[in-house]
Design a binder for this molecule. Sequence first.
Ligand code: SAH
Ligand code: SF4
Ligand code: F3S
Length: 454
Amino acid sequence: MSEAKEKNSNIRKVYIKTYGCQMNVYDSERMGDSLDGEGYVATQSPEDADLILLNTCHIREKAAEKLYSDLGRLRVMREERDPSRPLTIGVTGCVAQAEGDEILRRAPTVDLVVGPQTYHRLPELLQKVREGKKVVETEYAVEDKFAHLPHHNRQAVRKRGVTAFLTVQEGCDKFCTFCVVPYTRGSEVSRPVEQIVDEAKELVDAGVKEITLLGQNVNGWHGVSQNGSQWRLGDLLYRLAEIDGLKRLRYTTSHPRDMDDSLIDAHGNLEMLMPYLHLPVQSGSDRILKAMNRQHKAEDYLKLIERIRKARPDIAFSGDFIVGFPGETDEDFEATIKLVEEVGYSSAYSFKYSPRPGTPGATMKGHVEEKVKDERLQRLQALILDQQHRFLKSKIGKRVNVLIEKAGRHDGQMVGRSPWLLPVAVLTNAKIGEIIPVNITEASSNSLLGNAAN
Ligand code: SAH
Ligand code: SF4
Ligand code: F3S
């Protein structure tokens, strides 16, 4: 065999499937980076892969169960595979953290289980698998995971495009009574300022124009500046805005209780911070908010929305809602509808309450019937969809700055991102990465259409 051919046959391929939230998307990217040095290249096809990683989500029962149906299919795939091409199967992410070796018991086809705090150790853990061991690693690492991850793979960043995620905060200390995140992601940790700035510069050097800062409680981020002063997320945003070549900033997901003055001020004064905010409230009923341990009232949320709108009048809000939390009456649900009507969202996500093992909500009294949950979800979703249409239609005739991301479906058409995250299809000869003014001519159910303005 020639040397080149031999080298080629040593290339290992990894397929990473991501479930769940943006933080998992970021983690999958970083896992890919950590495997780079091991000679793994990414593949989009599980059949083609030597290593398959399922980066999982535990937030609702459906999300977690999806893992086991996928593992069932992978078991068959592995059995049917030519034995000369061995396949390693790993489970990472929040189900890995929550269920640990239970996963091996339920699905013996799995070789490796790694929690979200330890994936920087993937190379050494894979070595153990090669030695024939089954590996479960769900202890929180004492070292800083991020400090141990390699630099971003420039080519991979370029391939992903001109927008990127950057995790600045992990974990959650809020303990909402429905939520598994404090258990799967551990307590709140903020990454240090310089580490974040360096990573942002790396992304911008690779062509990224828009960065979304991520955290389970991103606005709980805090750090220390170079001169020793205490910083909150607003201060960090101002610092990142100084990076040459970076054009836009966003952050998600925020808790209403952590929206402080410096952050609201940034929305008013930092042009680069996009006028869009995902600010989940979950319910409009004070009784339910209390049972959920959200630690604020509906009125506090509405007042907060008002303050942010005052700072940035064109801001669009998005949110998360849970229907059918234990004890939720028709009256409680009506309070949620009323809150949604008062806020007027540009988009929002709503879910049926799913009891999660180990959370206080699971053992509360007054679980709501599935049929009632369904009805409430349908009504809420119809209202949200209507608001989204109205929001999109309100942009017709307006001039909007669009970050061009990729070629569109039709000749001469490009697709880009509006300040409110919603995509815009535009006839233009502008290149990917440019931000251009666009006259909006049409609105579909979830996107806008327009022409490049002169
Ligand atoms: N940190 C974010 C949310 C993270 S989870 C926050 O505080 O808002 C994303 C969303 O999933 C939540 O906002 C909530 O609406 C939903 N969710 C979480 N646990 C859930 C459960 N047990 N059942 C249904 N939806 C849930
Ligand atoms: Fe979950 Fe609440 Fe923490 Fe959000 S704030 S991650 S909903 S516990
Ligand atoms: Fe799911 Fe974990 Fe994100 S539970 S929503 S992947 S933090």
